[in-house]
Ligand binder design. Sequence first.
Ligand SMILES: [Zn+2]
Length: 258
Amino acid sequence: MPEGDTIHYAANRIRPILEGRVPDAVRTPHPRHRLDRWSQRLAGRAVRSVDAHGKHLFLRFEGDLTLHSHLRMSGSWGTYLKPQRWRRGRHRAWLVLEAGRHEVVQFDGPVLELMTESRTRLDSRLTALGPDILAEDFDRERFLRRLRQDDPTRPIGDAVLDQRIVAGIGNMWKVESCFLAEVDPWRRTGTVSDGEALAIVNAARPRMQRSARDGNQTRFKSIYGRAGRPCPRCSTLIRQRGQWDDNRPTYWCPGCQH
Ligand SMILES: [Zn+2]
């Protein structure tokens, strides 16, 4: 599922294809963008950089224009060497960038917009983002500050999913990092110490960094999706319950997560 590591992995694959070059073609097959004329607006402009912050991906072009994408639950990025077959149907492509023999494709993208670079610095959805868990210099102080400004009665598992507190953790990493840190995801944030909160992000970070390099997120699933099975640490049965507004499945071990 698209969490921060998935998006950084996509950026890492797209970067060598597009960075520093003018795409041969920019196509927006989806009807929503039919009238946007992105191919004209981006014609002749090189991609200055490809970067990610949390679950957001940015293709920054020369001349103050940036393509911003967020995949939510459904989207994905693909990179292909022609005539390699796309992983999803052509009708699901929202954006296609061609460069030499390569194609970069965004599928089913619910958020895809071309904005000025200055707007990316003012857009409230983007400026509100917390520190990126995958950033080289992850800002732990800022993470703790944002956590403490938040509702102390909110469960910690829910707080670390909040992209304004820390950007990049999704439901799977929430589950696995609380498990690794031995913290019960249902505990109220106000009762979780700074050390425990940091243990959660410190567990997630190096694993997410590895997955951002090689795209293999699955190997880090130890309790996610395993309700009713014995905990790999203490053999208590793993439990599952929906958490917070959107009721996303939370797995935890009542035996060794406190
Ligand atoms: Zn356990």
